[in-house]
Design a protein. Structure first.
Length: 389
């Protein structure tokens, strides 16, 4: 997290709506001394643990507040320090309000994948993503994305990709078509931060309304019929029904870790994945330690990482007889949490997922997908999950 401050005022920001006020006590921008210390910490940990690849994703706040020269120097420090031990790649997630020719040159020099946060067309984006004095950010972000698409020349390693937070009031068929009109090939749509403890208020819609949002995205993607377009939430479902000899993907198992997310703060402390903040009572008890006081191997040895792996690779007890358990796997961890029950719960969006999956399967069958193959894929998906229960 290279910037702990932001230049726009997203009213759904989890840091300040979910109680993460300690960000106010950290430096607004990371120093190069802290970057250098972090780079050495990563290199030493990778050498000891045999880690061969590191992805550094800059986010905040707004990471481009760091200014181009310091940002570039940080990338150089990280690469030159870590790469004798592990391959380094970079990504940045920006709100799209700050861009210049100098930034584009830095992205190209360091081969940085650029992700842009935009909630959709003007109406969707301006519901939450306004400046601190209440002005629209839409025109600026729209222009930024068009510039990035032209700059990348179709190189998806550079992007841009987009991340949008779902809102039940939006038209996601229209939003999909809008993002495609900009040339976006990779997009992701996040369910709002919510655990069972928050539930749904009168203005929040309900779980099924978010299932409808996901279904609308799927229908728009399906209608375009372009397999090169990647909508992450659609791909995660469709892969279970692709007609390959391998069948649907299996869970990795607790002893097989594909990747591990660690958040490094601007003050030189490290913590667990901050997407888990909605599980607030649990998250407050997770470690945040200074890199000067621990090593990467010791930090990863904390019991909390085993707890996260077990929860991610185990479906909730209440899901064990659900026909969708192999596709859903109880949903994202932060949406499964409830005080007193921990993560042993279906997603708070469970009924929405069921609506989404039912719609996907209905559409496949209506377009001549063999019913026996569909049933076989569903059975294979939950048989793979059951083997890990």
């Amino acid at each position: 997290k290279v910037a702990e401050r932001c230049n726009i005022n997203c009213s759904y920001c989890y840091y300040f709506n979910m109680g993460e006020t300690s960000a106010l006590d950290r430096p607004a921008l990371i120093s190069l001394d802290t970057v250098a210390s972090l780079a050495r910490w990563i290199r030493e940990g990778c050498a000891e643990l045999g880690i061969g690849r590191v992805m550094v994703s800059f986010h905040g706040g707004e990471p481009l507040l760091l200014k181009p020269a310091r940002f570039s120097a940080a990338c150089t420090l990280l690469r030159e320090t870590i790469e004798p031990v592990a391959k380094v790649s970079f990504a940045v997630q920006t709100n799209g309000t700050i861009l210049s020719r100098q930034w584009l040159d830095i992205f190209a020099e360091h081969r940085i994948h650029v992700g842009v946060s935009i909630d959709g067309d003007r109406g969707a984006n301006d519901r939450f993503r306004l400046t601190k004095d209440g002005r629209s950010t839409f025109d600026t972000v729209d222009e930024t994305i068009r510039t990035l698409v032209a700059w990348s020349g179709g190189n998806q390693a550079l992007g841009p990709s987009t991340i949008s937070v779902l809102d039940h009031r939006n038209d996601y068929g229209a939003i999909y078509r809008y993002l495609r009109s900009l040339g976006i090939m990779n997009m992701s749509f996040l369910l709002p931060d919510r655990s069972h403890d928050q539930g749904f208020s009168a203005d929040d819609g309900d779980a099924e309304s978010y299932g409808r949002c996901l279904s609308d995205l799927f229908q728009a993607w399906f209608a375009e019929d372009n397999p090169d377009v990647n909508v992450r939430q659609v791909k995660e479902v469709i892969r279970h029904f692709q007609n390959t000899e391998k069948g649907p993907p299996e869970p990795p198992g607790e002893d097989k870790i594909a990747y591990q997310i660690i958040v490094a703060q601007s003050d030189g402390t490290v913590s667990v994945d901050d997407s888990l903040i909605p599980a607030l009572d649990w998250f407050k008890g997770t470690p945040r330690v200074a890199i000067a006081d621990t090593s990467l191997p010791d930090f990863l040895a904390d019991r909390v990482f085993g707890e996260i792996r077990r929860a991610n690779n185990t479906i909730a007890t209440a899901c064990r007889d659900c026909d969708w358990r192999g596709v859903c796997r109880s949903g994202d961890l932060e949406n499964r949490y409830a005080d007193g029950m921990g993560f042993d719960n279906p997603s708070v969006y469970c009924s929405g997922y069921q609506r989404f999956f039912t719609d996907v399967c209905g559409t496949l069958l209506a377009n001549n997908y063999p019913v026996d193959l569909l049933e076989d894929r569903i059975e294979q998906s939950f048989a793979a999950v059951d083997a890990h229960v």
